[in-house]
Every structure is written in structure tokens, then in C-alpha cells.
Design a protein around this ligand. Structure first.
Ligand SMILES: Cc1cc2nc3c(=O)[nH]c(=O)nc-3n(C[C@H](O)[C@H](O)[C@H](O)COP(=O)(O)O)c2cc1C
Length: 221
């Protein structure tokens, strides 16, 4: 046993069910669950409905693959995929250049739910990136130019110096979308919906792409 013992901390999952009849189309189900998550957010019961963990993997010197993850924000989805925005030269961007596969994960603990989305990744068109970049607050736009995301920097002061430099550069002008910044879309091949139930007998429904649509499978919890 470790020194930090959490073995007796547990909660019961009993707020909802995921019935087989409800699981016809993964995008409709995702829309329902995201609506419920954003409603809970609006009611102050959930922090950030659109926050999702993004896992990528990069090759290591010994020939194996090292996964790593971080949180990003879902900015839109349709049947073509799930979109977020980032710096293409970041660690995640470089991982995806090398291995265009990712896994997204939403955890809405207040609703006793998680959703996993595995698939391939493609960049959005430049116009989609530019359109969203133009909607961002100016401070975030300037930051996108100033921050070489995932690169080492000596100090906070140096980062703030780069921000001041970018502010001077774009003074009195619109801040354009940096060429290395934009959208990525995860095109799903598998989507799992998980609803917590009592006694750890959770509902798990997995949708897998097949030729003419989706195959639906219930998994043991
Ligand atoms: C709630 C939350 C939302 C975030 N949203 C984004 C996002 O949409 N895009 C992004 O590039 N980073 C976002 N970040 C920062 C990332 O988690 C991460 O630190 C950054 O993208 C660098 O990751 P990388 O070095 O693995 O590429 C967010 C972090 C948090 C906690």
C-alpha cells in the first residue's frame, strides 16, 4: 500500500442510464449529452463542458510509442468530426504530423459520464482557422504570435517581452492568424459513451465505423 491511501474514497454512480434504444446515432447521442453538459455548465453545476483530453503518441528512440495528453477545447463538431484549435508547431501538432491519430476524452463527473472518441486527424482549411482566429479576443490573438507553444523559454519576463513586441508589431492593425496556428478535426472511427451506474455495473456503448454506417456494441463495464 502506498503512503497516500485513497482506497476508501468512493462515490456511487446512479444519476442516469444509457439504454440500448437510445443509442442509434452517435452524433445525435453526443449532441444530447453535450446539451445536457452545457445546461449543467450554465446552471453552475459543471465547469467546462467543452474541455476534452487529447491524447497523441510519438515514437521514442527505442522504437516504441509514447502517448501524451493535454486538455483542449472542442469548438464545433458535425458528422465530419470534432474540431479544436492549436499551434501546429506545438508538441501535439508535431505528434500529429508524425502520427495523424488521436483519442479525445470528455469526462463530465457531475453527470457520471465519459465519452471517448478515437480517430484520424486532419487540419481544417486556412479559411476556417482564420475565421475562428478573428473571433478570438485580441489578447489571445497577440498571445498566439508571442508564444512558441511547447518550446522552452527562460522566464516569464521573456514571455511577457515577446507579448509586448507582438503588441507593438500589430499596433493599430488587425492581428492576422499566424500561419502555424489553426484547426484540427478528429474524424471518428470509434466513439464510446459511458454512463456510470450502481455497483460499478456501468453502461458502455461503443459505435464503430463500418461500410454503411455504425456498428453498435455494448461492452462489459
Ligand atoms: C481547460 C483548458 C483548455 C485548453 N484549451 C486549449 C486549446 O483549445 N488549444 C490549445 O492549444 N491548448 C489548450 N489548452 C492548453 C493545453 O492543455 C496544453 O497545455 C497546450 O496546448 C500545450 O500542449 P502540448 O505541449 O502537448 O502541445 C487548454 C488547457 C486547459 C486546462
Amino acid at each position: 500500500m502506498s503512503v497516500h491511501d485513497l482506497r476508501n474514497r468512493r462515490i456511487n454512480y446512479d444519476s442516469s442510464t444509457l439504454d440500448d434504444g437510445r443509442a442509434a446515432d452517435p452524433f445525435e447521442l453526443f449532441a444530447d449529452w453535450m446539451d445536457e453538459a452545457t445546461d449543467a455548465q450554465d446552471a453552475g453545476k459543471l465547469f467546462e463542458a467543452a474541455a476534452m483530453t487529447l491524447a497523441t503518441a510519438h515514437p521514442t528512440a527505442d522504437g516504441t510509442w509514447q502517448p501524451r495528453n493535454r486538455v483542449v477545447l472542442l469548438k464545433g463538431w458535425d458528422t465530419a468530426g470534432f474540431m479544436f484549435f492549436t499551434n501546429y508547431d506545438s508538441a501535439k501538432g508535431r505528434d500529429l504530423d508524425e502520427n495523424a491519430r488521436a483519442s479525445l476524452h470528455f469526462h463530465w463527473p457531475e453527470l457520471h459520464r465519459q465519452v471517448r472518441i478515437d480517430g484520424t486527424v486532419r487540419r481544417t482549411s486556412a479559411s476556417v482557422s482564420e475565421e475562428y482566429f478573428a473571433m478570438r479576443p485580441r489578447g489571445s490573438q497577440v498571445a498566439a504570435w508571442a508564444s512558441r507553444q511547447s518550446s522552452p523559454i527562460r522566464s516569464r519576463e521573456e514571455l511577457e517581452g515577446r507579448v509586448a513586441e507582438a503588441e507593438r508589431r500589430f499596433e493599430g492593425k488587425e492581428v492576422p492568424c499566424p500561419p502555424n496556428w489553426g484547426g484540427l478535426v478528429v474524424v471518428p472511427q470509434e466513439i464510446e459513451f459511458w454512463q456510470g451506474r450502481t455497483s460499478r455495473l456501468h453502461d458502455r456503448i461503443v459505435f464503430t465505423t463500418v461500410d454503411r454506417g455504425w456498428e453498435v456494441t455494448r461492452l462489459c463495464p
